[in-house]
Design a binder for this molecule. Structure first.
Ligand SMILES: [Zn+2]
Length: 61
């Protein structure tokens, strides 16, 4: 089972309902960084990484 991050939990102002998925935390964070860039984040700071990681949850089918 994979891991997911709800974009609207990380960034409630975005109004984005995208869910980032990954099989591993590594893959998930890579996808999350890519998604953050699509929101206009020019660089993913350690603070942002910590904030994203705090919102990781296990995917439940
Ligand atoms: Zn988003």
């Amino acid at each position: 089972m994979g891991k997911i991050i709800d974009c609207n939990k990380v960034n409630p102002q975005s109004g984005c309902d995208h869910v980032v998925r990954g099989e591993t935390e590594e893959e998930l964070m890579a996808n999350a960084k890519e998604h953050a860039v699509s929101h206009g984040f020019k660089e993913v700071t350690p603070e942002l990484v910590a904030h994203i990681k705090a919102n990781i949850r296990e995917e439940t089918s």
